[in-house]
Write a protein that binds this ligand. Structure first.
Ligand SMILES: Nc1nc2c(c(=O)[nH]1)N[C@H]1C(S)=C(S)[C@@H](COP(=O)(O)OP(=O)(O)OC[C@H]3O[C@@H](n4cnc5c(=O)[nH]c(N)nc54)[C@H](O)[C@@H]3O)O[C@H]1N2
Ligand SMILES: Nc1nc2c(c(=O)[nH]1)N[C@H]1C(S)=C(S)[C@@H](COP(=O)(O)OP(=O)(O)OC[C@H]3O[C@@H](n4cnc5c(=O)[nH]c(N)nc54)[C@H](O)[C@@H]3O)O[C@H]1N2
Ligand code: SF4
Ligand SMILES: [Mo]
Length: 745
C-alpha cells in the first residue's frame, strides 16, 4: 500500500461525490465515501465505489493499438502517432469538412479535454463537431440560452429549501441527478418530505424516485409540454401568476399565459393521460406553495416536444415567482468562472451553420449527433471521411446503431482516444489509451455551473503515469502538432501556447497586468496552471494577489475536502447574458412551436400505439461500466411491459421477445411489471456489447439489448435536432412467433 485516504472526486456522474481512496503503485485498491467532503458529505454510490475495478480492469487498454492487415494490434506510441501523421493530414488537406469529431460524456468531466481540446479542434478546423449534448440536454440548453443568455447558466432546483418539487423525466434515485450536482438526492428528497414538503414525479414509469414521491403522475411519453401548458392555463385562468424576484426583468409573461390559456386541463388530459382535476390541483398547489420549483431532465429532452417542454418548465418557475428565490430555481456562481460570470454573451449560439446532408442547425458549436452517420455515408462535396472519437461510444449512444456502425466501418481513417476496445473503437485505425484514473487532477469546471451549493474542490494527481502511459493532454499536443504539419511541436511549447491565451484572458477578467498574472501562476504547468488561472480570475479568486483572502489553487491544496461558499444566492440581473439584459419569457421560435403541438393534439391523444422509453440503471454508466462492475444483464436489460399489454399479446414474464421499430429490431427478455404505464414499454440504454472485435470480456459474456438499434437517426426534435428516445412506436411479439435475422440479435 502506498497511500491511504487520498481525496478524489468521482469523475463518473454529476453528483461529483468526494471519495477516499486507498491506492498502491498501480492505482486505486479500495474506495470509501469521504464524510468530510464539503459538498458530498459522505455520499457515494456503487459505481464510484467500484472505480478500483474500472481502473484495474485487465481489459482496459494499456498500449496504443494500430490496425494492420485489417486487425488492431498493440503498438508503440511512436507507431501510433506515425500512423496518424501518415493518414489524417492528407484527408483534411483538401477540405477540412472531411473530418469530424465526436467527444463523449467522460470528456466533459476531464480537465485535459476542457483545456486542450479547443487547440486540437482549431488545428483540425472542421465544423463537424458532435457530442452527447444532442442526445441529452440540447432543449434545456436552448431554453436556457433564449431566456437567460447562455446554454450553461441553467436555473437549478434549490431542493434543500423548497416545499414542493415537481420532477419531470428524471430518476435521480438511480441517475443521481443531472444538470444539477446534488449528491445524496434521495436523502434530500426525504428531508424535504420530513419537513412537510411534497415531491411530485411525472414519469411514465413508477421509478425508484416515483416510489418515494407523494404523488406520481404516470404521464404518457412526450406529453410534458402538454402537462405544463395545462398547468399554465390554470394559472392564467386563476390570475395567480406573479413574477417575484424577477419582477421588472421579465418580458412576455402575459403573451405566454395568453398562449397557454386555451390548453385547459380538459384539452390536454387526453394526451397526458392524467385526469384534468389532477392537473388543475397540481397547478394550484404549485402556484400556492410558499416555495416550489419544477426541474426537468432527459425524459423531457429526448422527445418530440423537447424544446417546448424545457422552455415551459422555465415559464412555470418564472410566472409563479420562483426564479432566483431560495427554494425556487436559482443560479450557481461557479468558482472556476464561466459564461455567467464573464462579461459578454448576448449572442445566440444556434443555427449559425447547418449540417451538409439534412440541413439540421448547429447548436452551441455542434451539429446533432443524429446526422453523424449520414455525413459519413452520403457522397458529395464535404463528405466526412475521417473521424476522431474522444471518450465516446457513438456506436451505442447515437440512434440508428446500424447506420452508425456502417458509417464507422466505411471511414478512410478513424482515430479514437478511449479506455476500451468497445463497439465504437473496434472500428478505429488507431486507438490511444487513456492513462489511469489517479494520474491526473480533477476539478469539475463545467459541472460547477450545476452545483446546488457553490463549492470548490480539487483532487490532485496521486500517481505518476505508468511506464507507457501518456497523459491525454500530451496526446492532444502530439496530435495538434501532426495536424499543423509540425510533428516536433513539444508538449511544453503546446502548453505554453494554450497558457498564453489563458493568461491574456485571465488578466483581462481580473483587470491585472499580464506579466503579474504570468508570474503569479509560476511555476505551475499543464492543466494545473490553467486551472489556477481560472480560479484566480473567477468570482472568488484572489485576482493574482490583489485579494490575498481570495481563491487560488494553492488555497484549494490546503483544503483537501474543499471550500464551501454556501447555499445559492440570488444573482439577478447580473447573471443574465441576453442581448437586452432582460428575460424574454416568450421567445418567438418557442411560441411558434406551440402551433405544432396544437395541430398534433388529436394524433397525440391516439391510444392505440405501443411506445418505448428508456431508463438508466444503478450499476451502469451509459455504455461503459458493464465490463468492470458485476451485473445481471438479463434482468437489467429487460423490456418492461404492463401486465395488460402482455396479456393482450399472450406474453408472460421471462419470455424472449422481438421488439421492432421503424429503424430496426432487437430481442430482449420480457419483464411484466405494473410499474410501467399501459401502452408504454421501457428498455435501458447502454447495452448491446455484441458484434465481435471487442475487448470487454465480462460485458460481451452478457451483452444485453442495444436500444439504439430501435431509435431512428432520421427522426429528431425539429428545433434542436436532439435525438428522440421517448415515445418511439414499437411492436412486440414472442420470439418464437417472429423470424429474426441473426444479425439483429
Ligand atoms: N446509474 C447511472 N447514473 C447515471 C447514468 C447512467 O447511465 N447510470 N448516466 C448519467 C447521464 S450521462 C445522464 S445525462 C443522467 C440522466 O439522468 P436522468 O435525467 O435522471 O435520467 P434517467 O434515469 O434515464 O431518467 C429519465 C426518466 O425519464 C422517464 N421518461 C422517459 N420518457 C419520458 C417522457 O416523455 N416524459 C417524462 N416526464 N418522463 C419520461 C424515464 O422513465 C426515466 O425514469 O444520468 C447520469 N447518471
Ligand atoms: N437510447 C438512448 N441513447 C442515449 C441515451 C439514452 O438515455 N437513451 N443517453 C445519452 C446520454 S445522456 C449520453 S451522456 C450519451 C453517452 O454517450 P457517449 O459519451 O458516447 O458514451 P459512453 O457510454 O459514456 O462512453 C464513454 C466512453 O469513454 C471512455 N472513457 C471513460 N473515461 C475516459 C477517459 O478518461 N478518457 C478517455 N479518452 N476515454 C474515457 C469509456 O471507456 C467509454 O468508451 O448516451 C446518449 N445516448
Ligand atoms: S453518485 Fe455519481 S459521483 Fe457519486 S459516487 Fe456515484 S457515480 Fe460517483
Ligand atoms: Mo448524459
Amino acid at each position: 500500500m502506498v497511500h491511504r485516504d487520498v481525496r478524489r472526486i468521482c469523475p463518473l456522474c454529476e453528483a461529483t461525490c468526494g471519495l477516499l481512496v486507498d491506492l498502491d503503485k498501480d492505482g486505486p485498491v479500495a474506495l470509501r465515501p469521504n464524510p468530510d467532503d464539503v459538498f458530498s458529505a459522505g455520499h457515494a454510490c456503487a459505481k464510484g465505489l467500484g472505480l478500483a475495478a474500472t481502473d484495474r480492469d485487465p481489459d482496459r487498454l494499456r498500449t496504443p493499438m494500430v490496425r494492420e492487415g485489417g486487425r488492431l494490434r498493440a503498438a508503440t506510441w511512436a507507431e501510433a502517432f506515425a500512423a496518424v501523421a501518415r493518414r489524417l493530414p492528407p484527408l483534411v488537406a483538401q477540405d477540412r469538412r472531411a473530418a469530424a469529431v465526436y467527444t463523449g460524456n467522460p470528456a466533459a468531466h476531464h480537465l485535459d479535454h476542457t483545456f486542450y481540446l479547443p487547440a486540437f479542434l482549431g488545428a483540425l478546423g472542421t465544423p463537424n463537431l458532435f457530442s452527447p449534448a444532442s442526445l441529452d440536454t440540447l432543449p434545456k440548453n436552448l431554453a436556457t440560452m433564449l431566456l437567460y443568455g447562455t446554454g450553461l447558466g441553467v436555473a437549478l432546483p434549490d431542493l434543500d429549501r423548497t416545499d414542493l418539487v415537481l420532477l419531470l423525466g428524471t430518476n435521480p434515485l438511480v441517475s443521481n441527478g443531472s444538470t444539477v450536482c446534488m449528491p445524496g438526492f434521495g436523502d434530500r428528497l426525504a428531508a424535504l418530505r420530513a419537513r412537510g414538503g411534497r415531491v411530485v414525479v411525472a414519469d411514465p414509469a413508477r421509478t425508484r424516485t416515483a416510489e418515494v414521491a407523494d404523488l406520481h403522475l404516470p404521464v404518457r411519453p412526450n406529453s410534458d409540454a402538454h402537462l405544463l401548458l395545462g398547468m399554465l392555463s390554470v394559472i392564467a385562468a386563476d390570475g395567480s401568476a406573479c413574477l417575484g424576484a424577477a419582477d421588472g426583468l421579465v418580458d412576455g409573461a402575459d403573451e405566454v399565459l395568453g398562449l397557454a390559456a386555451p390548453f385547459t386541463p380538459e384539452v390536454v388530459a387526453p394526451v397526458v393521460g392524467i385526469p384534468p382535476e389532477t392537473i388543475r390541483d397540481l397547478a394550484r398547489s404549485f402556484a400556492a406553495a410558499e416555495r416550489a420549483v419544477a426541474h426537468a431532465r432527459i425524459g423531457t429532452c429526448t422527445q418530440g416536444y423537447g424544446s417546448l417542454a424545457n422552455w415551459l418548465v422555465e415559464v412555470l418557475n418564472i410566472v409563479t415567482g420562483r426564479l432566483d428565490t431560495p427554494g425556487g430555481a436559482m443560479f450557481a456562481k461557479p468558482p472556476g468562472g464561466g459564461p455567467t460570470t464573464w462579461p459578454g454573451g448576448g449572442k445566440l449560439l444556434t443555427g449559425r451553420w447547418h449540417s451538409r446532408v439534412r440541413g439540421l442547425p448547429e447548436s452551441l458549436g455542434e451539429l446533432p449527433a443524429a446526422c453523424l452517420a449520414e455525413e459519413i455515408l452520403t457522397p458529395g462535396e464535404g463528405q466526412v471521411r475521417a473521424l476522431v472519437t474522444i471518450a465516446g461510444n457513438p456506436a451505442r449512444s447515437v440512434p440508428g446503431s446500424e447506420h452508425v456502425e456502417e458509417a464507422l466501418a466505411s471511414l478512410d481513417f478513424m482515430l479514437s482516444l478511449d479506455t476500451y476496445l468497445n463497439e465504437t473503437t473496434r472500428h478505429a485505425d488507431v486507438v490511444l489509451p487513456a492513462p489511469g484514473l489517479l494520474t491526473h487532477g480533477h476539478f469539475d469546471l463545467t459541472l460547477n455551473h450545476f452545483q446546488i451549493r457553490d463549492a470548490a474542490r480539487w483532487s490532485p494527481a496521486a500517481l505518476d503515469p505508468a511506464p507507457g502511459e501518456l497523459p491525454e493532454w500530451h496526446q492532444l499536443a502530439r496530435l495538434t502538432g501532426i495536424l499543423r504539419g509540425d510533428p516536433d511541436l513539444t508538449v511544453t511549447a503546446f502548453d505554453d501556447e494554450v497558457a498564453d491565451q489563458a493568461i491574456r484572458r485571465a488578466a483581462k477578467l481580473a483587470r491585472r497586468p499580464e506579466d503579474v498574472v504570468r508570474a503569479a501562476v509560476e511555476p505551475r504547468r499543464g492543466p494545473e496552471r490553467l486551472l489556477d488561472l481560472r480560479l484566480r480570475s473567477g468570482p472568488y479568486g484572489d485576482r493574482f494577489g490583489e485579494d490575498p483572502s481570495g481563491l487560488t489553487l494553492a488555497v484549494l491544496e490546503e483544503h483537501p475536502d474543499g471550500i464551501d461558499y454556501g447555499p445559492l444566492r440570488p444573482r439577478l440581473p447580473d447573471v443574465l447574458r441576453t442581448p437586452t439584459g432582460r428575460i424574454d419569457v416568450a421567445p418567438e421560435v418557442l411560441m411558434a412551436d406551440v402551433e405544432r403541438l396544437r395541430a398534433g393534439l388529436e394524433a397525440d391523444a391516439a391510444p392505440d400505439r405501443l411506445v418505448m422509453i428508456n431508463r438508466r440503471q444503478r450499476r451502469g454508466m451509459n455504455s461503459w461500466l458493464h465490463n468492470a462492475l458485476p451485473h445481471r444483464t438479463d434482468a437489467e436489460s429487460a423490456l418492461l411491459m404492463h401486465p395488460d399489454d402482455a396479456a393482450s399479446r399472450d406474453l408472460v414474464d421471462g419470455d424472449e421477445v422481438v421488439v421492432r421499430s421503424g429503424a430496426g429490431q432487437v430481442t430482449a427478455e420480457l419483464r411484466v411489471d405494473d410499474a410501467i404505464r399501459p401502452g408504454v414499454v421501457s428498455l435501458p440504454h447502454g447495452w448491446g456489447h455484441d458484434g465481435g472485435g471487442l475487448r470487454m470480456r465480462r460485458a460481451t459474456a452478457s451483452p444485453g439489448t442495444n436500444v439504439n438499434a430501435l431509435a431512428d437517426d432520421l427522426v429528431v426534435e425539429p428545433l434542436t435536432g436532439i435525438a428522440i428516445f421517448s415515445g418511439i412506436t414499437v411492436e412486440v411479439e414472442a420470439h418464437d412467433h417472429a423470424t429474426v435475422p441473426a444479425a439483429a440479435r
